[in-house]
Design a protein around this ligand. Sequence first.
Ligand SMILES: *[C@@H]1O[C@H](CO)[C@@H](O)[C@H](O)[C@H]1NC(C)=O
Ligand SMILES: *[C@@H]1O[C@H](CO)[C@@H](O)[C@H](O)[C@H]1NC(C)=O
Ligand SMILES: *[C@@H]1O[C@H](CO)[C@@H](O)[C@H](O)[C@H]1NC(C)=O
Ligand SMILES: *[C@@H]1O[C@H](CO)[C@@H](O)[C@H](O)[C@H]1NC(C)=O
Length: 793
Amino acid sequence: MRGGGGGGWAVLVVLAGVAAVTAVEYTNQFAVVVAGGRERAARAAAKHGCSLVDSIGDLTDHYLFECHTVHKRSTQHSRHHTDRLRETDEILWADQQYYKTRRKRDGAGDGGGLTEELLNEISDSGPSAAGPLRRATLKEDPPPAPQEPPPQTEFRRSTAADYWPDPLFKEQWYLNGGARDGSDMNVLPAWQQGYRGQGVVVSILDDGIQPNHPDLAANYDGRASLDINDDDDDPTPRDDGFNRHGTRCAGEVAAIAGNQYCGVGVAPNASIGGVRMLDGGVNDYVEAKALSYRRNYIDVYSASWGPEDDGKTVDGPGPLARRAFIEGVLKGRGGKGSIFVWASGNGGRYVDNCNCDGYTNSIFTLSISSATQGGKKPWYLEECASTLATTYSSGTSASAPLAAGIIALTLGANPNLTWRDMQYITLMTSRPEPLAHELGWLTNGVGRKVSHKFGYGLMDAGAMVDLARRWHTVPTQHICITPLDSRTRRIPAEEGGELHTSMEVNACQGSPQSVNFLEHVQCKVTLTHVPRGGLRILLSSPSGTVSTLLFERPQDVLGSSFDRWPFMSVHFWGERPEGVWNLTVVNTKAAASAGTSSSDSVLKEWQLILYGTEQEPVHLTPAEQGTGSDAGAGHSAVVSRSEDSSPGVYCSRSCVLACQSQPAADMCKRCRDHYESPCQRWCDPGTYYGGEAGCQPCHATCATCLGRLANQCMDCAAGHYLIADLSVCVPACPDGYFTANETCQSCGPHCTACDGSANHCVSCAPHLFLHNSQCVASCPAGTYRLQQRSVGR
Ligand SMILES: *[C@@H]1O[C@H](CO)[C@@H](O)[C@H](O)[C@H]1NC(C)=O
Ligand SMILES: *[C@@H]1O[C@H](CO)[C@@H](O)[C@H](O)[C@H]1NC(C)=O
Ligand SMILES: *[C@@H]1O[C@H](CO)[C@@H](O)[C@H](O)[C@H]1NC(C)=O
Ligand SMILES: *[C@@H]1O[C@H](CO)[C@@H](O)[C@H](O)[C@H]1NC(C)=O
């Protein structure tokens, strides 16, 4: 939470004085489920000497009781009172709330299906043995490592750098082409098309936000804000110098553009709120309340926190937070599903793995990783198979709010998108190329490049809005749960020893849950091994994609088991699931053994949960004549299967830019013809696709060109002005244009030359007369015709 602009950094431990505390601290608060309304819940509370103090966000029928016969703080679980509540007819479920500073999770994560039946099952299943409470750790970006190489910034997109006058916009390298090789998150094309997040509501779940911040105030949305820590509506952070994180995150999403303060947000017209929840004790109730708060009003929740990233914790959401996720995707945003954006973790220095974090590991969250300005892995990055995509964020701030901003732009382009549509669009448009300097990219069974560090690559706002406009909602999600393989198998004791096991999967063919096109895959694993951190677990699909579900974690020396832990991978997306899946458990001995014998080192059971669709999921509206665009799509899975039904392949950066600015341009079809599908090659900005010759440099007058024609400019080299409607860069604007902000803009319809603005005419079309810098058809009363300003040139 420290940090401001300077990059000072500390992991924030949210609960006070926790370092040495390991005991669970129970409270007199109980989460309960009572059907039939608040009054019935209040009566049930009174019956037990409790008061109804709160409902829990928008969770259906969930309430918080405070029970006066129970100690406010105790190390003892009040089993007696919990049982009494549970035995009451009208109380369907009850769970005592407690704070706990360190917890090894041995319960199941999410993994339930998405039907009301499953919801009920989940809500009836009672509290899990592993309780809901934890302390949260802020995932604030540490400063870049000292050895970070300076980015190469030979090429900068001049128009982008000058697009906003805000004084710090020039420093926002991740928005203005300032990363290595002129890369950025390609937000400019989205802005240029008018997508600025207007009408989209984002809330930052953090340590509060400052409503009156001059660069946020006009976008601040009190309806998307709440203070859970002090139980009021004002999310203003406690002003002790340590609670700036939420406000910074809010600025990254929605700082106002076009003013004289600071920089700009990714979605500078989005409504922004904050839930203050990290400046106090965090428990399941607090998390669930935040995650379900006004779920029909808030579109996107951005969270940059989770269990401790210490390389040894295995922890996830408790029963209420899990329910908040499930209800959120089912009921939030009017049934289209809340969008939960999650930072994937900062435990890199402890060699943590974000697949041990049940929040990023969840199928309901968009888990976002970070890349440095040089396109590299920051030293704090955690690798895991559940990361979907990446934003640039090193040295600036968290990756989640930048992603939340891009998602706000995308929802602006198509508010109908569901939570799953958003995941598809994110992974289909993310770009591996700017991050190709890091090793570790694999190509999955549908030809997409994916990495444990970066998921599918760097998010691309321009391509996302473009694809969003043409998107049709994906078919119903199917969930196919394979039989449990519970044959106990020994994990070899020797270093490097591998346990191999495989499972023949029919993907529920012939049942109502058949899956033919994969989305997420969860692999629930139960095993014991000391030290747990010495294991590496890999899963391979019938297509041959090998995804590492768990890397060894040297710090995890005391952990000894996974108990139905749902490791999640997004690497198989688009593949067909039928066939043989192999699970490999490798004993790397990477963690020092805690001296225990390995006699009980066994894989006890494993099971796959396959999420996906029965039907081809991706259908795109063809590029419309005149308004659509022909690029930015590229669902390579679909393209490779049904080449002709897909109108465009996202294969060249300049192709996307071209089609966004010039819908009729045909170069995208051309590049589709010329590149193998699925596309894996790109022409960088500053180059264009020159057919056989490959990527060729643009004409010297252009900074970025559109493709095919070197001098068809998207924006201009220094000292040139862009005539946007002709895509030409010139050293001086010709007649009929005036000069404004490095572009040549057309004079008004009747002026043949103008000065300073479109309507400040200095010469007029034939038969018109110049009067007070206007071109008029006849001389007004009281004036006389001096000279006909017809163009005689
Ligand atoms: C976006 O915000 C700016 C600055 O507050 C405002 O001038 C502009 O009208 C807004 N645009 C839209 C489309 O809401
Ligand atoms: C969103 O849905 C509405 C109603 O079905 C439809 O009219 C509209 O065209 C859709 N918008 C987009 C961008 O798909
Ligand atoms: C899975 O295991 C089987 C049997 O050991 C092997 O033949 C097959 O090649 C493996 N598949 C992959 C993708 O590694
Ligand atoms: C040029 O940019 C300034 C802000 O930088 C803006 O106020 C002005 O309207 C722009 N002029 C034109 C003609 O777009």
